[in-house]
Design a protein around this ligand. Sequence first.
Ligand code: KIV
Ligand code: ZN
Length: 520
Amino acid sequence: MTIVTERDPNQVIIFDTTLRDGEQSPGASMNLEEKLRIAKVLEDMGVDVIEAGFPIASEGDFEAVSEIAKTIKNSTIAGLARATRGDIERAGAAVKHAERGRIHTFIATSPLHMQYKLQMEPEQVLERITESVGMARNLIDDVEWSAEDGSRSEHEFLCRCVEAAIKAGATTINIPDTVGYAVPEEYAALIKMLIDRVPNSDQAVFSVHCHNDLGLAVANSLAAVVAGARQVECTINGLGERAGNCSMEEVVMALKTRQDAMPFTTNIDATHITRASRMVSSVTGFPVQPNKAIVGANAFAHESGIHQDGMLKNAQTYEIMTPESVGLTKSKIVLGKHSGRNAFKTKLEEMGYKLGDNALNEAFKRFKDLADLKKDVFDEDLVALVDDDTRVNDRIKLTSLEIQCGTVHRPPKAAMELEIDGKTQSCEGTGDGPVDAAFNCIKTLFPHGARLQLYQVHAVTHGTDAQAEVTVRLDDNGERTAQGAAADTDTMVASVKAYVNALNKLLTKREKKAPEAMSA
Ligand code: KIV
Ligand code: ZN
């Protein structure tokens, strides 16, 4: 039985696809534990729909969607599927245990995609829409249909596709700007045209899914909401394919801050935004640019004297929203070396981390080690420490590292021990610098052929005892990339851990199917 509840006509459904489209971003891959942790934050934030993955893509994707479906109670869990029986049944099986599950099925509708990618005639695509949506509706009540490359589709044909999808049972109609080509006025007009012209449009929620190739994803999504769309698909930090997707924090804060221009609401509790942003950045190893709206390190920083003076007199002179409204509090010294296990546990819970007994004991041990090395332990240090501690399923782990470097004329040397598939192995190596020497050791102990594409270091907090956060990206013969990150007070330890983290992610990705095989 379908229970129909009255929706507030001005409420915008927030559909987060960080775990699906976000994870498709080159280099970003997440393991099951990381996906569950992000899903939990999204649920805490009040996200209406979490797209948890593409179940047919790999066993790992299927497992992640189905675990998230079993764990998350307050958000709808969606699984993506192409317009084929195999995909749809796999997505249905993955979301079957969800309190509220959704199958999201898609097919391309633009002349370019139909002719070259699908090699299908428009009439065949239309038939496939009816079949695939019908198949999905036989498995579940909540079905979303997407017109891939919708913004470059012919209007007449798109209207027929949308009408067919609704007739076959789709309750949400998504019109993606797949290649980030649209501009706001045109995209808004497209949504309005569909709502006005499709005869059964009142039986579905219209949704938008914008990519950011021209930097217009947020502007396009907001324009579409004004034109009648009531679901926005977005990701934390704007993570996603190529230039990324519409950024959730920007859309949500734009709607909250400019109620006068856009009188729409969302279910999002924005005070979770900063935590979600930091978690996604640390899990994927994608740093947030300092001047990124809402979540960049400088988003609420005031450098110029004139601005600082204005801020002291009245914060509204230069601040259109408060840092607290997005969950940003001043960096505080939270704990020290005398803090006990209980204080540590309570602090982590306040920050949204609920660890099991074993994980907590491990994290507490690492916290004590850190507090011995570092006078002040900040919130950011704890985030880095807990994130580092939860990589329990990794095949490769660093167990010991010694580095020799200096100004005298002898080559930098690294001596390293790695645990590989449970066996400890050691190596000594040299290189063009200490980092090179250490990375050479990893290659000797675990030959893998991947090329280092990015090596980046930044400080988690301030001061010479700050933890260094290192990001490493590895490229596997141009076939796939993986990005890893790690933090430690010792930059060399952080570097090796980040490399090992990227390598572990690459190994997980190698188990997945090639992305080409996944196109619709
Ligand atoms: O960008 C896109 O078209 C997509 C669809 C699969 C929804 O991600
Ligand atoms: Zn997309």
